[in-house]
Design a protein around this ligand. Structure first.
Ligand code: SF4
Ligand code: SF4
Ligand code: SF4
Length: 177
C-alpha cells in the first residue's frame, strides 16, 4: 500500500516536471524563432520550402531546417543566421533557387490581362489590385519580388523588372546582395 502511494507520488512529481518543462521549451523556441525571423527578408516567397519567413524561422529554431535555404537573403542572411545560432557558416544551397542580382518587382501587361484574379490570390503581401474581369496592376511599393504571381497567370502577362530607383521597402534584401 505504501509502495503504491510512493509510486503514485513519484509519477505525479515527474508529470509536473514535464508539464513545467514543455511550456518553457516552447517559449525558448518561440523567442528564438522571432529573432531568426527578424533576420529574414520577409518576401514570403516560399523558396525555402516553408509557407513563409516565420514558418521557416520556426523550423530553424526547432532544428528542423538548415540555415542555407533562403535565396532572397543570400549568403549575408545565411551568415547572420550562423552567427546568431553559433553554427558554421554556409552558402545558400542553389537547390532552393537563385534570385536576380537586383531588387525586382512584378509588372503586369495591362493590355493582355484578362482579369482572372489568380495573381491576386497568389500574392502573399496583397501587392496586386484589380477586380474580376478588370485590369490588374501591381503596387510596386508593396511588391517583395517573390515571383509567386507569375506561374498562375494563364496569359503570361506578368514580368519581373528592376525595382524603381530609390525604393527602400526591402532593406534586408538589398543588404543581402
Ligand atoms: S526563402 Fe527566405 S524570403 Fe522566401 S519565404 Fe523563405 S525565409 Fe522568407
Ligand atoms: S506582386 Fe507578385 S512578385 Fe510582387 S509580392 Fe505579389 S506575388 Fe510577389
Ligand atoms: S493572373 Fe494574369 S491575367 Fe489573371 S488577373 Fe493576374 S495578371 Fe491578369
Amino acid at each position: 500500500m505504501v509502495a503504491a502511494l510512493l509510486i503514485t507520488a513519484a509519477f505525479a512529481a515527474c508529470l509536473g516536471l514535464v508539464l513545467l518543462w514543455l511550456p518553457a521549451t516552447q517559449r525558448r523556441e518561440d523567442i528564438l524563432a522571432e529573432r531568426i525571423n527578424e533576420l529574414l527578408p520577409q518576401t514570403q516567397c516560399r523558396r525555402c520550402t516553408f509557407d513563409g519567413c516565420l514558418p521557416y524561422a520556426t523550423a530553424i529554431a526547432r532544428g528542423e531546417a538548415g540555415i542555407d535555404q533562403c535565396p532572397p537573403g543570400g549568403d549575408t542572411t545565411a551568415a547572420a543566421l550562423a552567427t546568431l545560432l553559433r553554427r558554421e557558416r554556409r552558402a545558400v544551397d542553389p537547390q532552393y533557387g537563385v534570385m536576380p542580382v537586383y531588387p525586382a518587382v512584378a509588372v503586369i501587361d495591362e493590355t493582355t490581362c484578362i482579369g482572372c484574379t489568380k495573381c491576386i490570390q497568389a500574392c502573399p503581401v496583397d501587392a496586386i489590385v484589380g477586380g474580376s474581369k478588370l485590369m490588374h496592376t501591381v503596387i510596386a511599393a508593396d511588391c517583395t519580388g517573390c515571383e509567386l504571381c507569375i506561374p498562375p497567370c494563364p496569359v503570361d502577362c506578368i514580368d519581373m523588372r528592376p525595382a524603381p530607383a530609390g525604393m527602400q521597402q526591402f532593406p534586408p534584401l538589398m543588404a543581402a546582395r
